[in-house]
Design a protein around this ligand. Structure first.
Ligand SMILES: *Cc1c(COP(=O)(O)O)cnc(C)c1O
Ligand code: SF4
Length: 447
């Protein structure tokens, strides 16, 4: 095919699991200690990289401080010191398998593997029975979690799905097939957006994905305006859209959806400008856009990776330069290696503001910093002084209670707070939005 942007060059996906990272040739010169630390952390938390991440994204001259390396490779600070020491000692002394497995299991249990009960709470009902694999929290949007999409091309170190990646994927939380989703959506005319998420739905073959998308294109679901696909594939494996065997079929699927009157929104998870720099990703963006699909991009603010206004300013500029619409700057949630990656809200607000000031209006479309919390999506708009009191000015971008959307509310300023459940109402704040929900659980960030 002559219009193939990478004719003659079809990179083949090679996945490298966590237990093989310490032995990678790229780390041969890195020193015994670093390799041991990698092995210890990878025994507890899930890691996976691929040849695109290794060959195109990581700058090996800057390891271990390189942001792409930090995002995808184990680091000793990802584990609390006592856990690190315990596993380290067991590995060093060559402890029997069962003892190591026991210690690893205990370590995982102590790392908040299942933050919140959000998935369970937002499962909708059909004929009086729950429909697992669907989530319907905000009136107009339904989330679909196809069972075959519950993995990823590579793993981000902060992924809230880490428990699922190290254990059995929790298939109770996912859709075995499209039938029940379709029935639910037919019955809910108020829904305009379907968000197919995961893991990463683009880990599925195009044929499988089409099994979920095609049924949404008929007149019986004519109330659906937008089909969103949450994905990290654009950054981790752009060949999914260019040279993979079913890449062309994927683009044709987007075209069919567009022709059927649906907006196709590829919700790309993009953490760092380097992820947009290569030829493959540029070709992928151009191909996706040529189908009529729109790419929007979002990512959490992550320490060691993108906690720098210059990085976000560059990211938003590069996105708009490619025709990608910046959408959200998320706050990272408290699970797994969160203490390694988390950024206090006070600092997140400053980074967002400093970044936004450096770019043009079209590059300012990302809202943030945003927490996807129990009661809704909360944006911290800034820090202000009201009646002599320092406060965070917050706003619900989305809310389970729809009448809260758009209203500002005020939390006591707290330099160290990193998540919504640590915020307390300002002294003059009378609305019961904090008090009635003492423990705000988190929920999945949408890739
Ligand atoms: C973010 C999110 C959505 C989509 O919200 P938008 O404001 O339309 O982007 C839907 N459902 C859940 C549970 C979400 O977290
Ligand atoms: S892309 Fe999303 S689901 Fe995949 S590893 Fe990263 S955070 Fe997790």
């Amino acid at each position: 095919m002559n219009d193939d942007p990478a004719a003659g060059r079809r990179p083949k996906l090679r996945a490298i699991p966590g237990h093989r990272l310490a032995g990678l040739p790229q780390l041969a010169g890195a020193g015994e200690r670093l390799r041991h630390e990698i092995a210890v952390v990878a025994a507890v938390l899930p890691f996976k990289v691929n040849n695109h991440v290794l060959d195109e994204l990581i700058d090996w001259d800057r390891v271990p401080d390189d942001p792409m390396y930090r995002l995808t490779f184990p680091h000793r600070d990802m584990l609390p010191p006592e856990i690190f020491e315990r596993i380290s000692a067991l590995l060093t002394e060559g402890a029997p398998k069962e003892r190591l497995a026991e210690a690893v299991a205990a370590a995982r249990r102590s790392l908040n593997p299942h933050p919140g009960g959000q998935l369970e709470e937002n499962i909708p009902q059909l004929h009086g029975r729950p429909v697992p694999g669907l989530q319907h929290k905000y009136r107009e949007t339904v989330l679909l979690f196809p069972a075959q999409g519950q993995s990823c091309h590579a793993y981000c170190g902060y992924c809230f799905r880490w428990a699922q990646f190290v254990g059995e994927p929790d298939l109770r939380q996912s859709l075995p097939g499209p039938a029940t989703a379709l029935e639910y959506l037919r019955a809910h005319r108020e829904v305009s957006d379907v968000l197919i998420t995961g893991g990463d739905p683009l880990i599925m073959s195009t044929a499988r994905l089409a099994g979920y998308v095609e049924p949404l294109l008929g007149p019986d679901t004519g109330h659906l305006r937008t089909i969103r696909l949450g994905t990290k594939a654009l950054a981790w494996w752009p060949h999914r859209f260019t040279t993979d065997a079913d890449a062309d079929d994927l683009l044709r699927l987007f075209e069919r959806a567009v022709a059927a009157g649906r907006q196709v929104a590829v919700m790309a998870h993009v953490s760092h400008p380097r992820e947009l720099a290569g030829d493959a990703v540029r070709a992928a963006v151009a191909r996706i856009r040529s189908t009529g699909a729109v790419i929007r991009a979002q990512a959490p603010l992550i320490r060691h990776v993108n906690d720098d206004p210059a990085v976000w300013a560059r990211l938003w500029r590069d996105m708009v330069g490619l025709g990608i619409v910046p959408y959200y700057l998320f706050v990272e949630r408290d699970t797994g290696a969160s203490s390694y990656f988390e950024v206090p809200l006070a600092r997140a607000v400053g980074i967002y503001r400093d970044a936004v000031r450096q770019v043009s209006g079209l590059e300012r479309t990302a809202r943030g910093p945003v927490m996807s919390a129990g009661p809704g999506k909360v944006c911290v708009d800034g820090v202000a002084e009201i009646g002599g009191e320092r406060v965070f000015v917050c706003r619900f971008l989305q809310a389970r209670e729809a009448d809260r959307v758009g209203l500002p509310f005020f939390a006591r300023y707290d330099e160290r707070a990193t998540w919504f459940d640590q915020l307390r109402p300002a002294s003059f704040e009378r609305r019961p939005w904090f008090a009635s929900e003492p423990r705000f659980a988190e929920e999945p960030v949408l890739v």
